[in-house]
Design a protein around this ligand. Sequence first.
Ligand code: NDP
Length: 285
Amino acid sequence: MSKASPTSLQEIVCVFGQPVSGNPTQFVMERAFEHAGLDWRYLTLEVAPEDLPDAVRGLRAMGFKGGNLTIPHKVSVIPLLDELTPSAELIGAVNCISRQGHKLIGDNTDGQGFLDSLRSVFDPAGKKSVILGAGGAARAIAVELARAGAGQLMVVNRDAERGEALVALLRDRLQANAQYVPWKGNYQVPEGTDLLVQATSIGLNDPAAPVPLSRDSLVGGMIVADVIFNPARTKLLRDAESRGCTTLDGLGMLVNQAAANFRTWTEVDPDLAVMRDALEEFLSV
Ligand code: NDP
């Protein structure tokens, strides 16, 4: 509690997940609150799947300003909320709850965080993009790329059902020019690709993990982005750099999605550099 307002109540936000230890968001958010002069607290809370309805009732009852959802709650929280933003509805998952009056609104800022990070180097409108993966992160990114007017979207995934479901969503709901490509062996990135997004879990906690693709198909001028934030410099990004590509790490996506949540809750613009520094400190980058 701040010394300046010893009798006032702090605003509280949180993250619900399981397992949730090691989640960097509290560290990043509390640094950003302090920097912005906000007397807010961010709690990291271990919540089992069967306890999620009670946890959301508690969040309502105790007047939390909002919260984040991480594994395994991003989909199962939906029926417990009052409304969804268009992004959350299209993606079918919620990573951020905000309170508006008596209503809890579910949003998905993962894709927006990616897009904000991407826009620091590249505008995807009208450009050719390849997305590796069709899970939650890939879905969020593909939806926001389509909403940003991406010219062509190729979804490359091992599991055909997931890949085709994402392509159907992009075509039917967003009228995107999208194709599914089965991922077999080493993927050859097509000539003329402007943006390659690695949105699978390959490389998580393993700096040597290879993404099965032809290294020679990475060419200068291509933007190569990886969603993995630990380690920050994945093998794919190191390979892409050595081939002359522009690279974007997963820390940028994470910081920008946290910044979007911060803005929604507090109506204040956070300092992105303070958030990035905090994340790097937490991850010992
Ligand atoms: P999901 O479990 O929903 O999806 C995993 C995806 O990875 C699927 O498409 C799966 O393919 C694919 N995959 C996994 N292993 C392999 C492999 N060996 N070869 C080919 N494809 C593989 O996970 P999420 O989408 O939620 O998360 C993916 C990653 O994104 C995680 O590491 C997470 O930490 C990171 N992430 C980063 C964020 C950030 O802000 N930087 C935000 C959100 C997530 P298949 O369908 O064929 O099984």
